[in-house]
Design a binder for this molecule. Structure first.
Ligand code: BES
Ligand code: MN
Ligand code: ZN
Length: 504
C-alpha cells in the first residue's frame, strides 16, 4: 500500500475510484459546490442527495458511476461521516476504512480522496487518521487461504489537496504524518499477525524469533533467555507454567536507547507471552478455547511497539520484556497446590493453573527492577473478569503510577484505544491470601481483574501500570478498522504515550 499527496482535483486525478466524504448537514450541497467545483458529477451528487436517499449518516456509502468525460475514475463513493458537530478523528478513521474496503471489494487498485475537515484538527492529523483507517481496515489474516481466494489488493491511495488546501498543514507536514502513521500501522499489523498465527506455528521460541526479526537492522538490542538462563535467574513462574509443554520457555529482552542520555531512566514494557493457554491441569472448557492462541497479545504489543519506537527514532529509552511459555496439561505439568518461590523470595501457592499469566509476569516484573525504571507498564490478556467488566472496547488499567495512568488515558482517547482505571485498594489484598504461602495466584469469584493486579503489585518496586487487554486484544465481530480476531491493541496507545514521553 502506497500513499501519495497530490495538488490535484477529482476531475484531474488518475484513480480507479474516488471517495467523497459526505456530512449529514443541510448545507451539504453548497459544501459540494464549494469543495468540488461545478461539472456534471456535481449534478449526479445533487440528484442523489435531493432524492433523500443519502443523508450523510455514518453507516451510508453510495456508489455513483460517472461518465468518462467527468473523471477517469470508474466509481465514485459518497461516504457518510455524520453530523459536523460529531465529526472527530475516530469518525474519519472509520469512514476512510469503509471507503478503502469498498474500493478493494470493487477491485480498484487506486483510490483518491479529499481529506474531510475536522474542527480543531490539522490536515496532518486528519491524514494520519485516514491512513490508520485505511491500513488497519484493509488488514486481513488470509495467508492460509488458497491463493485464488485472496482478493486483489488496493495499491495506492491519493490524498488530493484540492482548492481547500490542507487545513493549516504544509504538504511536508502531511507527508511526515502519513509516513509516521504507516510505521505505527505496520507495527500494529505485525502485532495482529502474531496474534492470529495459530499455536501449532507459535511457541515461545517463535516469539523470540519474531522479536529478533523485527529488531534486525534497527537500534533495538535483543537478548533471549532459554531454560538454562531462566533457571540461573530463578525465573520460576515462567519455568513452572511451561512445565507441561514439550517446547522450551523463553524470556525476551529488547532494549532501545533512543534518549540523548542513554542512561536516562527507561520506560519498561512487560508483555504476557502465553503462546497457548489451555488452562493447564485446571483445564479450560472446550468452547472458545481456540481463542487462547492470542494469549500472547501483551507480548505482541510490546515487541511491535519496540519496533515502532525505533523506526520513529523516538527520543526515549524503552526496555521491552516478554515472558513466554505454553500452558499445557501433561504428566509433567504444574499442579494446583504447587508452591513456587520467586527470585525476590516471595512464595506463591498455585491455586489454579489457569491463572498462569500473573505467574510468568511476576518474573518479568522482578527483572524490571534492575533497570531502575521511570515507569513499568505491563500488558496482558489476564482475566476473563476484565472482559466481563469492560467488554471488548476498553482496556482495564490499574497501577501506582498516577502520572503515567493520566498519560495513558490521554493517549487512549487520542488513539481510541481507550483505557479505564479500576481501583487497587489495599482491602483487595485479602483476596490473594494463602494458608500455605505468601500469596496465592487466584483470588476467587469477585473482582477478578483487580485481584490479578494485586498479585502483580507484590512484585513491583517502582511506579507501575497494569493494562488488562483480555477484552480488547481480540474482536468478536469486525468493525470498520478492527477486523475479527487479533486487534494489535495497545501498539498505537503505547507509541502515542512514548511519543509524548519523548517530547517531555
Ligand atoms: N488468558 C486467560 C484470560 C482471558 C480470558 C483472556 C478470556 C482473554 C479472554 C487467563 O490466563 C485466565 O485463564 N484467567 C483466569 C484466571 C482465574 C483462573 C483466576 C480467568 O480469568 O478465568
Ligand atoms: Mn489462563
Ligand atoms: Zn492466559
Amino acid at each position: 500500500m502506497k500513499f501519495t499527496l497530490q495538488a490535484t482535483n477529482w476531475n484531474k486525478v488518475r484513480a480507479n475510484s474516488l471517495a467523497f466524504f459526505t456530512r449529514e448537514d443541510k448545507g451539504i450541497l453548497q459544501d459540494y459546490a464549494k469543495m468540488y467545483g461545478g461539472g456534471s458529477l456535481t449534478s449526479s451528487v445533487s440528484a442523489l442527495i435531493e432524492s433523500g436517499d443519502m443523508k450523510g449518516k455514518t453507516d451510508e456509502l453510495f456508489t455513483l458511476y460517472p461518465t468518462k468525460s467527468e473523471t477517469s475514475a470508474s466509481r465514485v463513493f459518497l461516504v457518510g461521516i455524520g453530523k459536523p458537530e460529531k465529526l472527530t478523528l475516530e469518525v474519519v478513521r472509520r469512514a476512510a476504512a469503509r471507503a478503502a474496503k469498498k474500493a478493494e471489494a470493487m477491485k480498484s487498485k487506486t483510490l483518491a480522496m479529499y481529506l474531510p475537515q475536522v474542527n480543531g484538527c490539522s490536515g496532518a492529523e486528519i491524514a494520519f487518521a485516514c491512513v490508520e483507517g485505511i491500513m488497519l481496515g484493509l488488514y486481513k489474516f488470509d495467508k492460509f487461504f488458497k491463493k485464488e481466494e485472496v482478493s486483489t489488493p488496493l495499491e495506492t491511495v491519493t490524498f488530493m489537496e484540492g482548492d481547500h488546501g490542507m487545513y493549516g498543514s504544509t504538504s511536508a507536514e502531511v507527508k511526515a504524518a502519513i509516513a509516521e502513521a504507516e510505521t505505527i500501522c505496520n507495527a500494529t499489523i505485525f502485532a495482529r499477525e502474531m496474534e492470529n498465527e495459530p499455536s501449532n506455528n507459535k511457541f515461545p521460541e517463535t516469539m523470540a524469533a519474531w522479536a529478533k526479526t523485527l529488531a534486525k537492522g534497527s537500534k533495538v538490542k535483543v537478548t533471549v533467555f532459554g531454560p538454562k538462563e531462566l533457571k540461573a535467574h530463578k525465573m520460576e513462574g515462567t519455568l513452572n507454567v511451561n512445565k507441561g509443554s514439550v517446547k522450551e520457555a523463553r524470556f525476551i529482552i529488547m532494549e532501545y536507547r533512543g534518549a540523548k542520555n542513554a542512561k536516562a531512566q527507561p520506560v519498561v514494557l512487560v508483555g504476557k507471552g502465553i503462546t497457548f493457554d489451555t488452562g493447564g491441569i485446571s483445564i479450560k472448557p472446550a468452547a472458545g478455547m481456540g481463542d487462547m492462541k492470542s494469549d500472547m497479545s501483551g507480548a505482541a504489543a510490546v515487541i511491535a511497539t519496540m519496533k515502532a519506537a525505533s523506526d520513529l527514532k523516538l527520543n526515549v529509552n524503552v526496555i521491552g520484556l516478554v515472558a513466554s511459555a505454553e500452558n499445557m496439561p501433561s504428566g509433567s505439568a504444574m499442579r494446583p497446590g504447587d508452591i513456587i518461590t520467586y527470585a525476590n523470595g516471595l512464595s506463591v501457592e498455585v491455586d489454579n493453573t489457569d491463572a498462569e499469566g500473573r505467574l510468568v509476569l511476576a518474573d518479568a516484573l522482578i527483572w524490571a527492577d534492575r533497570y531502575k525504571p521511570k515507569s513499568v507498564i505491563d500488558l496482558a490478556t489476564l482475566t476473563g473478569a476484565c472482559v466481563v467488566a469492560l467488554g471488548h472496547t476498553t482496556t482495564g488499567m490499574m497501577g501506582t503510577d498516577t502520572a503515567m495512568m493520566q498519560q495513558l488515558s490521554r493517549s487512549g482517547n487520542a488513539t481510541y484505544e481507550r483505557v479505564c482505571e479500576l481501583p487497587i485498594y489495599d482491602e483487595y489484598d485479602e483476596l490473594i491470601k494463602s494458608d500455605v504461602a505468601d500469596i496465592k495466584n487466584a483470588g476467587g469469584r469477585w473482582a477478578g481483574a483487580i485481584s490479578a493486579a494485586m498479585f502483580l503489585k507484590r512484585f513491583t518496586t517502582y511506579p507501575w501500570v497494569h493494562l488488562d487487554i483480555a477484552g480488547t486484544a481480540r474482536s468478536e465481530a469486525a468493525t470498520d478498522y478492527i477486523p475479527k480476531g487479533g486487534t494489535g491493541v495497545a501498539v498505537r496507545l503505547l507509541t502515542h504515550m512514548l511519543k509524548e514521553e519523548s517530547k517531555a
